[in-house]
Design a binder for this molecule. Structure first.
Ligand code: WQD
Length: 345
């Protein structure tokens, strides 16, 4: 039996593939490489010394997806594939609804046809929207504030409806907080295309000299130092959370949401200081206006995942900074552009 990983060449996907292979699972990866690089999967094979069966395809291509299920005995699916840039989702909402929602509908229909009813879904803390209270727990009312977040919220609701229609399904909805860091080898890591939207890759690109200075989006928030507070979680802890969630869906039925966060928040200026200590040099920054749509404070109550998945984040801020910086200094330009001929079909 095999685990199908959609979007397996992405940042969270590659780190989860490493833990799946190290855990003895056989995996099949689907990726259209619209926002990832085949080189990343080659490096996963290098790290684990195991092979990955790869299908270069898009979830919207139902025929191709049916072929994957016909050619492989799939036991469960971990579904990462999707677009995830908040800003882009505001300017191109239809692209996000088509890719994220329609792509997921095709996947669910093919899973239903082949009676594959075990699913781990890559959701996001963005479904909590702008809550007045922290820490955030899974029973809070959900309220996405941008098209990207609405795709995650709608997909969660679609999966709940699928379960209500057929109680054989078992689905874990994993709400990530702020994934950062990289595998200790420094061979894989976060490789944003173009200017980084997120804080940590922006900091490491400043540190490695690719960008001149960091813009700190607002220092007038109601926080101890005026800058935004977030729950940063090491991507390897996040990957381990997927393994625990997979074990859960393989052994139970039902739909459950879980926060994957550390339960601790750090401000933007605290992150800058932590990286300066790790890297041993200052990170030049400039205070700018708040970024539209940003919230002041977001961090998780991770107790449900601790109790029900027997999972908790183990890695601290120093390790997040060390591993983020290790990846960036070894790969100042991310994954080198891979030529078409090198991509396996
Ligand atoms: C973190 C903090 C910014 C960049 C986003 C998505 C979320 C999830 C994770 C997908 C904030 C500040 C940032 C910069 C800055 N992605 N910042 N200068 O916005 O919490 O979450 O990524 O699931 O859905 O919304 O992460 O890293 O963009 O911002 O000052 O150049 O850093 O204001 O306070 P965010 P982020």
């Amino acid at each position: 039996m095999k685990i199908l990983v959609t979007g397996g060449a992405g940042y969270i996907g590659t780190h989860t593939c490493i833990q799946l292979l190290n855990g003895g699972y056989k995996i099949v990866v689907i990726d259209n490489f619209s926002n990832s690089n085949p080189e990343a999967l080659r490096r996963v094979e290098q790290i684990t010394e195991k092979k990955i069966k790869l299908y270069r395809t898009d979830l919207l291509d139902q025929e191709a997806l049916i072929k994957v299920f016909e050619e492989n005995s799939i036991e469960a699916v971990i579904h990462f594939a999707g677009l995830k840039a908040v800003g882009e989702s505001v300017t191109k909402p239809l692209k996000y609804y088509q890719n994220n929602i329609a792509g997921t509908l095709v996947l669910l229909e093919v899973m239903e046809t082949f009676e594959v009813e075990k699913l781990v879904f890559s959701s996001s803390a963005t479904v909590y929207g702008n809550q007045q209270c922290v820490p955030l727990n899974e029973s809070l009312p959900l309220q996405a504030t941008n098209p990207y977040g609405r795709t995650k919220l709608m997909i969660e609701q679609i999966m709940e409806d699928v379960y209500q229609s057929n109680k054989n399904w078992s689905i874990a909805l994993l709400r990530y907080f702020n994934p950062v860091g990289a595998h200790e080898s420094g061979l894989i890591g976060e490789d944003p295309s173009g200017l980084p939207n997120n804080l940590v890759p922006y900091i490491t690109q400043v540190a490695v000299g690719k960008l001149a200075k960091l813009s700190v989006f607002g220092n007038d928030y109601p926080t101890y130092d005026g800058t935004g507070i977030r729950d940063y979680i090491h991507v390897m802890d996040l990957a381990d959370g997927h393994i625990k969630a997979l074990e859960k869906v393989l052994s139970t039925r039902g739909v459950e949401a879980y926060n994957l966060g550390t339960g601790r928040g750090f401000s933007v200026l605290e992150m800058v200081q932590a990286f300066e200590e790790e890297i041993g040099k200052p990170i030049p920054y400039e205070i700018k206006a708040r970024r539209p749509g940003d919230i002041a404070v977001s961090y998780a109550d991770p107790s449900k995942a601790e109790t029900e998945l027997n999972w908790r984040a183990e890695r601290g801020l120093a390790e997040m900074c060390r591993d983020s910086w290790n990846w960036q200094k070894l790969n100042p330009n991310g994954y080198e552009k891979t030529t078409e001929k090198q991509v396996t079909s």
